[in-house]
Ligand binder design. Structure first.
Ligand code: SAM
Length: 358
């Protein structure tokens, strides 16, 4: 039995030391923390991020290289069934141009993200990775192109990819089935994540906060799953509806719930690389700064060519200009400096050994 106001602070303290709570305790924390107690959690998480990586914010140059997708996830604006989406693919030359621009701006991680586009065969993706690896030997390459088999992931790793982002979306199989068509399964998503870890990728999982049908129990299950996987990266952003999807009239996830989860994940996985996501910046103009103040330490500005950015519309009003644009890194630096953080030119790899912080 957990007791009153002190109970919340005790749970936060214990999470900061033990890095794990029971499912019941995670639920209690999420359901009972009062807004005036949020600061206590954020402060602990921010201290842990400072102890793990200092006041350094790592940037990743995001290249959304195709919005074709064979999948039909009910929440996603580039799902196969969205006939209104205007589809595009970048050529290898366009991708290399983005890298060239990004390198000049100080980016040392390139993220290739896209829908599951069969036109980009495994070999074509390997070719892209090899070209980036050859041109930018000092940079990290992150892939985020969905579910593949072990051998494909291994081939891309051998071609030079270092990291892979594949949000598990939800660890609960029934919840997963309510967000995806029957061809997709939580078990396969988790198998992919296990393979990525086995191969040696710095691996990222994650969820959308406030996804349709999500309960506190599901989130507690997600946290337990993340703790078991020990990912190097975790992507957490609010769900935001897209008007041309089956979930077009659902409410978006909230800023507060997202910040609470960022802070909890920071305390649970002290060395995790934790982005303040574009979705967070979409629901609140200073959402990313608030994310950093709650323990995030990564930002992923958009390096894609301007004319395609509006087409990678996963959800309504997705931001792609202003501080979200890689070209405006100067403004991002100023905004991070205004809260006491420094945007660094660094691959920003996961750190295995960390100083303890309580
Ligand atoms: N195809 C790759 C994959 O499945 O991992 C990468 C692209 S996928 C569009 C990237 C992420 O976008 C998903 O993992 C999902 O969490 C997020 N996303 C999609 N629709 C969203 C929405 N409506 N609101 C917030 N995030 C969304």
């Amino acid at each position: 039995m957990i007791d009153g106001a002190k109970g919340i602070e005790n749970l936060v303290d214990r999470l900061a030391v033990d890095h794990i709570l029971s499912r019941e305790e995670f639920c209690y924390l999420l359901e009972n923390i009062r807004p005036e107690q949020d600061g206590y959690l954020y402060e602990k998480a921010r201290k842990q991020a400072l102890a793990s990586y200092g006041n350094r914010i790592f940037v990743r140059g995001l290249m959304e290289f195709t919005n074709y997708c064979k999948n039909d996830c009910y929440y996603c604006g580039i799902r196969r069934s969205n006939q209104k989406a205007s589809r595009y693919r970048l050529t290898p030359e366009q991708v290399m141009d983005c890298c060239h621009t990004g390198y000049g701006l100080g980016f040392r991680t390139f993220v290739l993200q896209g829908g599951e586009d069969p036109w980009f065969t495994d070999d074509k993706i390997a070719y892209l990775v090899e070209r980036i690896r050859g041109g930018y030997p000092d940079c990290a390459i992150t892939l985020s192109v969905g579910e593949k088999d072990y051998d494909t992931y291994k081939m891309w790793f051998d071609a030079g990819a270092d990291r892979y982002l594949l949000r598990h979306e939800t660890a609960n199989p029934c919840h997963y089935a309510s967000l995806h068509p029957p061809q997709m399964s939580s078990a396969h998503r988790k198998e992919c994540l296990g393979n990525l870890k086995k191969i040696g990728y710095q691996t990222g999982c994650g969820i959308m906060v406030g996804a349709p049908y999500q309960t506190t129990g599901h989130i507690a299950e997600d946290l337990e799953y993340m703790y078991g996987l020990q990912p190097e990266m975790v992507g957490i952003g609010p769900f935001i509806p897209h008007h041309d999807t089956p979930f077009g009239d659902r409410p978006a996830g909230t800023l507060r719930q997202t910040l609470l989860l960022l802070a909890i994940v920071r305390l649970m996985l002290p060395g995790v690389l934790l982005p303040a996501t574009t979705a967070l910046g979409t629901i609140e103009p200073d959402g990313r700064e608030q994310g950093v103040m709650a323990g995030a330490n990564v930002v992923m500005p958009n390096l894609s060519p301007l004319d395609v950015r509006k087409k990678y519309m996963l959800y309504d009003n997705k931001i792609s200009t202003g501080v979200e644009a890689a070209a405006n890194i100067k403004e991002l630096k100023q905004r991070m400096a205004s809260i006491g953080y420094e945007v660094v030119t660094d691959r920003g790899d996961f750190r295995k050994t960390l100083p303890e912080c309580v």
